[in-house]
Design a protein around this ligand. Structure first.
Ligand code: M6R
Length: 621
């Protein structure tokens, strides 16, 4: 959560550069935004929040800056996703200490705030944030005689939790310092400037000649010519304690990303299909042969020895994990799925020959990282299905599969989900071909996979129809999303998307489970979206549709053309999506539900790119 950036350059372009970076970091937090710049030796701070301008952008922040183009060498910027304290200008970063010597932006949560406040001693608060305590602790250590960088090190070691800070000293504006303890930070350099960002999204806008992540446990002193990194570990203290990125012609990133899916889905399998052998080539996994308990030997033979696969993820990525479990099981391979944030408490049972596969779009999700750290201790192999190169999980997993979806900016994940499913199909075919799947079956699946981009295109043509359905059901507050077998996953993902950006209550259920309780809620005011394609469970699902209709429930059915006639008279509305193999069906059935969520949000006047209470990358656990 929270987007942070810093710029220092002899070209004087700090203000403009930080504003541009903040634009591309909006998905990380949009409760408020702020910037501190140093111009001709003087610090100026500007802030904006949704309290004064709902739906503000970085351009609105820029508008508050008088003399915008004045040459300034350094600036820090921040997009806030609040934890400590309400949404207002006062709580907006950058924060400064009581003497206004240090200015700081922060991403994370101080988990021992009371101890930090005690350590500072006597000081005066102006905000409700943990950040203000951090900057005052730096000031305290500095006053005690520590150098600036020593004070930063002592502070980052004192505070608990995953935190990243960037701070400058008003009377030494030739450099700023960043400390990383468990968050994402990238350092980048151009001809006459250095840049720091918490997410790679803004980098495309700059003429970058080199870049490097700032690893957790390190601090960087950054000036216009580059940076110097050193370990922040201080044993005593720690023991104490461009284009692609723009919306093009779409109004929202979410719609742009939904519409890109035919292309991003095809990217996920391009160059990875071996038709003649009916299997997939997953180059990223091949490095696995070089690691720990599967070392040496031939890659295929080593992966063959893995007993069971455990998929771990959160949110949409977790729904992809559910799909992975079902698909691997379908092909006779043992698989489990775990919600990352439950994993460490729930005593999961696994054996040393089991492999873990972390699924994450951002590769920075704190809950998933916690599981990764736990697995490291256990010594199992851990792999990733990931989108963002150089993200924390990407760097630390033993091997992985890149989903190649490109930057995803919409807080509601869409194209990453379908690309995750594509890679899961490749993985499942690869593993199953090592086991019992015949070459013929493998080839049929690959053949169908290649047809899906065109079928996704077809699904995307239903925007008008879906937007009409969104408006028709706008008056209802409660919805079920129902499906069986593979399309239960679509129901879950559809429901998550719907509640996330429309703020309407929705629940996903296995269709056959309705009669065991949930049916009690059905009446004329409780519509159900039922995913009921032409597959082996169609007849069973149809009985459940009758059960809902028999209780005056409204049903919007998502089905295939072949079942249109049969269902037309039974249900209130129909959405048609193209036919495919039953286990590939979620890749197509989820598309109309992404559109439904989008258009419902639009009809309610919500900005789907900035759903309340959420952020794109959840870096707190
Ligand atoms: O970056 P990750 O894939 O690890 O993120 C996991 C979830 O936070 C994410 O999928 C979230 O549920 C989305 N907002 C759903 O649209």
């Amino acid at each position: 959560m929270c987007g942070i950036c810093g710029y220092i350059g002899v070209n004087g372009a700090a203000t403009k550069s930080v504003i541009e970076a903040l634009h591309d970091l909006e998905h990380r937090g949009y409760d408020s935004a702020g910037l501190s710049r140093v111009c001709e030796g003087k610090v100026e701070t500007y802030k904006i929040s949704i309290e004064e301008k709902p739906d503000f952008t970085a351009s609105d922040l820029a508008d508050t800056i008088p003399d915008f183009h004045k040459p300034c060498k350094m600036a820090l910027g921040h997009n806030r996703w609040r934890t400590f304290g309400g949404i207002n200008k006062i709580n907006t970063h950058p924060h400064y200490d009581n003497d206004r010597l240090f200015y700081l932006v922060h991403n994370g949560n101080v988990e021992n705030l009371k101890d930090v406040e005690k350590e500072i001693g006597i000081w005066k608060r102006y905000s409700e944030t943990d950040t203000e305590a951090i900057v005052n602790l730096i000031a305290k250590y500095y006053k005690q005689g520590s150098s600036f960088s020593e004070a930063v090190k002592r502070t980052i070691n004192f505070i608990d939790g995953a935190n990243v800070i960037v701070v400058f000293k008003a009377d030494e504006p030739e450099y700023f310092i960043s400390a990383n303890k468990g968050g994402p930070i990238i350092l980048a350099k151009g001809k006459d400037f250095s840049l720091l960002v918490s997410d790679p999204a803004p980098l495309e806008k700059f003429n970058i000649t080199s870049k490097a992540p700032l690893e957790s446990g390190n601090i960087a002193v950054v000036d216009a010519s580059g940076w110097k990194v050193e370990s922040s570990r201080n044993d005593n203290e720690s023991k104490k304690r461009k284009k692609k990125n723009s919306k093009n012609n779409y109004k929202h990133f979410m719609l742009k990303e939904i519409m890109e899916q035919a292309e991003t889905f095809a990217n996920a399998f391009r160059g990875r299909l071996i038709h003649e052998a009916g299997t997939a080539k997953l180059g990223g996994l091949e490095s696995l042969s070089a690691v720990k308990n599967v070392s040496g030997m031939n890659f295929s033979r080593e992966i063959r020895r893995i007993n069971r696969f455990h998929f771990v993820a959160c949110g949409t990525a977790y729904n992809a994990g559910l799909y992975a479990k079902l698909l691997l099981n379908r092909f006779g391979i043992q698989a489990e799925v775990h919600i990352a944030n439950e994993f460490c408490y729930s005593h999961p049972v696994f054996d040393p020959r089991d492999a873990f596969i972390l699924i994450s779009q951002s590769g920075e999700t704190a809950d998933t990282i916690e599981v990764m750290n736990e697995i490291k201790i256990k010594g199992n192999v851990y792999l990733g299905i990931l989108n963002v190169p150089d993200s924390r999980i990407w760097r630390e997993t033993d091997a992985g599969i890149g989903i190649r979806a490109g930057t995803e900016r919409g807080v509601a994940s869409t194209k990453a989900f379908t690309s995750q499913l594509a890679c899961i199909v490749l993985l499942a075919v690869f593993l199953a071909r090592q086991r019992n799947m015949t070459i013929d079956t493998g080839q049929k699946i690959l053949f169908e996979l290649e047809k899906l981009p065109t079928k996704i295109e077809e699904s995307l043509k239903s925007t008008r129809k879906i937007s009409a359905i969104a408006r028709k059901y706008l008056e209802y507050d409660n919805f079920y999303f129902l499906g069986r077998y593979f399309n239960l996953i679509t129901a879950m993902e559809g429901s998550l998307k719907f509640k996330e950006i429309s703020y309407k209550h929705s629940e996903a259920y296995p269709l056959g489970e309705m009669k065991h309780g949930p049916l009690a809620l059905i009446d004329q005011n409780f519509p159900s979206f039922v995913i009921i394609p032409d597959d082996s469970v169609f007849n069973k699902s149809l009985v459940n549709v009758y059960e809902i209709k028999g209780r005056e429930g409204k049903v919007i059915a998502l089905t295939n053309k072949s079942k249109e006639k049969e269902l037309k008279k039974q249900v209130d509305d129909l959405i048609i999506f193209p036919e495919t193999l039953d286990f590939l069906s979620p890749i197509l059935s989820v598309v109309p539900l992404q559109l439904l969520a989008y258009y419902t949000s639009i009809a309610k006047g919500i900005n789907p790119d900035k759903p309340r209470n959420l952020a794109k990358t959840v870096t707190v656990s």
